[in-house]
Design a protein around this ligand. Structure first.
Ligand code: PLP
Length: 474
């Protein structure tokens, strides 16, 4: 246990034992730091962790207080424990009709967005970005339309490379290809690695966008067992490589969508070593990497890649500028092929948005924005989790991701998530049912819920309604 976790554990014990009661003020950071002989930042981390668990609340300029429901705060659903057991064998992917049926119905502001893939758009510095976009457009060098063709604007690529460097991954701007969001980066990487009819290894469950990319390119998927906390099972992965001769593996090692799983660092290293032994490229989708709740950014599998076999893809869509459609690939030894695939398809990414983001990153402020965003998401997760405990029946399990904004909820086995989706939608509530995350339509009793929106009376009422529908299905 790290120091801040030990401190948080002790305070949680005092709350559980009734020594600290709802409304009590915690000792000041300075006082706790002196009395426990730890640094103030350790105390802050402990208090943030307790806040994320719904045990304490920060009051502006006043300190931290034990939360009103803190004594019930432990009554949240337990976590799922077992790795998935997908059907063996490779399946041609055909998920799009179902995915569109579900997403089309949910994409309106009127619906409570538990099924949405996006966090609240109100969490981002849109006014500041707007100013920079206007300034970039006004001062645009006419030749930038030529200079900034794929692989993209050099200043932006440099800023992206600097963030890799800060995470201990020595890349330069030349290693980056700017794309229209992460989804284009992922699709381009897939297209340079595969031919129609090939097989790709995916997680079970997997992001439906990954499955749709496979479907569009005429590929088959093999679902590999995946653990809800620790990600893809490496022994099963090795067996699948031997059995199916895939052309690529596609996964998310950080805050996987939909599970929220975070692969421990030694497993990431072992994953990359395993893939290197088989010379199998990895498409790594890392769009949620910046949304971690712990004390530092977890490295991607890319951090352990010394052969250029990991094609790392990410974007600013979830962390800074939703709707701007700026993403990138760091495709290792495939960088030239990916850049050419982009030149042959969408040619380039819009120049003014690239320039504006480069300026935003150059001037600082991104990390400050991210700190606030992470804290907001961690708090909303705790609120959501408590509400799940209040409204959902025993037998419900929910993951407790250390980042991102999705919960994966396993309902009692007799609940049909697709039927639940239809009933919830009729009441103005969207959910993401399990089968859209699987080419074999598994996870029939699971749902993904989004906690990226402010918790309020409307969300509480919607979750209560959802809970009633689940109870009625038992
Ligand atoms: C796991 C995952 N990858 C990629 C994307 C697409 O990212 P972008 O909007 O940058 O294209 C999403 C968006 O929902 C996602 O959830």
């Amino acid at each position: 246990m790290k120091r801040y976790e030990a401190l948080a554990h002790d305070i949680a014990q005092s709350i559980r034992a009734g020594v600290l009661r709802p409304g009590d003020r915690l000792a000041s950071v300075r006082h706790t730091s002196a009395s426990r002989g730890v640094s103030p930042s350790t105390v802050f981390q402990a208090y943030y962790l307790l806040e994320a668990r719904g045990l304490v609340q920060a009051r502006e300029r006043s300190g931290y207080y034990v939360a009103p429901h803190a004594t019930h705060a432990q009554e949240v659903p337990p976590e799922p424990e077992a790795a998935s057991q997908p059907q063996e064998g490779s399946v041609p992917v055909d998920v799009s009709a179902l995915v569109f049926e579900i997403l089309d119905a949910s994409m309106t502001r009127e619906v409570v967005p538990f099924g949405s893939a996006f966090p609240s758009p109100l969490l981002f510095p849109l006014a500041r970005l707007g100013q920079l976009l206007a300034a970039s457009a006004q001062t645009l060098d006419p030749w930038s339309t030529v200079d900034d063709l794929t692989p993209g604007n050099a200043a932006l690529r440099r800023q992206i490379a600097l963030r890799y460097l800060a995470a201990g991954i020595p890349l330069s701007g030349d290693d980056i290809v700017v794309t229209n969001g992460a989804l284009e980066a992922l699709n381009l990487c897939l297209s340079v690695l595969t031919q129609p009819g090939d097989t790709v290894l995916v997680e079970a469950p997997a992001f439906y966008g990954a499955l749709q990319a496979l479907e569009r390119q005429g590929l088959s998927a093999v679902e590999v067992p995946t653990h809800p906390r620790e990600g893809m099972d490496l022994a099963a992965l090795e067996q699948a490589i031997a059995r199916h001769r895939p052309k690529a593996c596609w996964l998310m090692s950080n805050f996987q969508n939909p599970l929220g799983s975070l692969m421990p660092e030694p497993r990431k290293r072992a994953l990359v070593e395993l893939l290197a032994r088989h010379q199998l490229p990895l498409i790594e989708d890392d769009v949620y990497a910046e949304l971690y709740f712990g004390d530092k950014r977890p490295p991607p599998a890319k951090a352990f890649d010394d052969q250029g076999l990991v094609l790392h893809c990410s974007s600013f869509s979830k962390s800074l500028a939703p709707g701007w459609r700026i993403g990138w690939a760091a495709p290792g030894r495939y960088a030239r092929a990916v850049a050419r695939a982009k030149l042959m398809s969408t040619l380039a990414t819009a120049v003014p948005t690239q320039l504006a983001l480069a300026r935003y990153l150059e001037r600082g402020g991104f990390d400050k924005h991210l700190r606030k965003l992470r804290q907001t998401l961690a708090t909303q997760q705790a609120q959501f989790m408590q509400a799940l405990g209040r409204h959902f029946p025993p037998g419900t399990r929910a993951t407790r991701p250390a980042g991102g904004y999705f919960l994966w909820v396993e309902l009692p086995p007799q609940v049909d998530a697709l039927a639940l989706h239809r009933q919830a939608l009729a009441q103005g509530i969207s959910i993401a049912p399990g089968p859209i995350f699987s080419p074999s339509r598994a996870f029939a009793h699971c749902i993904r819920l989004n906690y990226g929106h402010a918790w309020n009376a409307r969300s509480e009422a919607a979750l209560a309604t959802l809970g009633r529908l689940v109870h009625a299905a038992l």
